[in-house]
Design a protein around this ligand. Structure first.
Ligand SMILES: [Ca+2]
Ligand SMILES: [Ca+2]
Ligand SMILES: [Ca+2]
Length: 181
């Protein structure tokens, strides 16, 4: 009987603990195993310039899957009310690789350039399939800007790379997002 009581108590305790764990789980930004928005800069004055030498806004994608994805017809937009604002041309993103798009409105420049810019005050960027399914979105607030001798620009980046939640980090254009040193 003692053993029964002990086992009964143990299973109750397990039940209580597992329920607690569920309640503590953050439900912000679940792991996204597929193609994701991985990083962006809405203020870029010295970090990285485009093919024309301009320090413009940019958005980085990361492909978590084991396959190359052709992005032709996928949409990347900064407006929930205009989901088809900008579509990708015939361009591929390899497995476990990065692809950066300049969000600068310079559609005639060579490379990938959207027809909009990112607001330094915050916006929502969405990635959609050609049949308009939202596969990822990132909502950012005002980009922190520190002006001074050690002025460091930040980007809004998934941590860990490709799967984690977003936070303001040191920019890693076209490469793995890393924790601030
Ligand atoms: Ca440009
Ligand atoms: Ca914008
Ligand atoms: Ca990066």
């Amino acid at each position: 009987m003692k053993l029964f009581n002990f086992l009964f108590g143990l299973s109750l305790l397990t039940l209580v603990l597992s329920n607690c764990k569920k309640e503590d789980d953050p439900d912000t930004d679940p792991v996204k195993p597929g193609l994701v928005l991985n990083e962006l800069m809405a203020v870029n004055t010295k970090t990285i310039s485009d093919q024309n030498g301009e320090f413009d806004d940019w958005i980085e994608l990361y492909n978590n899957t084991d396959s190359t994805i052709n992005l032709l017809g996928y949409y990347l937009t900064d407006s929930k009310s205009e989901l088809s604002k900008w579509a990708f041309p015939d361009v591929q993103i390899a497995s476990k690789s990065y692809l950066c798009v300049w969000a600068d409105g310079d559609v005639l420049q060579s490379g990938l350039h959207t027809n909009y810019k990112l607001s330094s005050l915050g916006e929502t960027v969405l990635l959609l399939t050609p049949d308009m399914k939202v596969i990822d979105q990132m909502k950012y607030g005002e980009q922190p800007v520190v002006i001074g001798e050690t002025f460091t620009e930040k980007s809004f980046a998934r941590m860990p790379n490709g799967t984690g939640a977003f936070s303001w980090q040191l920019p890693t254009f076209n490469s793995e997002n890393i924790i601030n040193p």
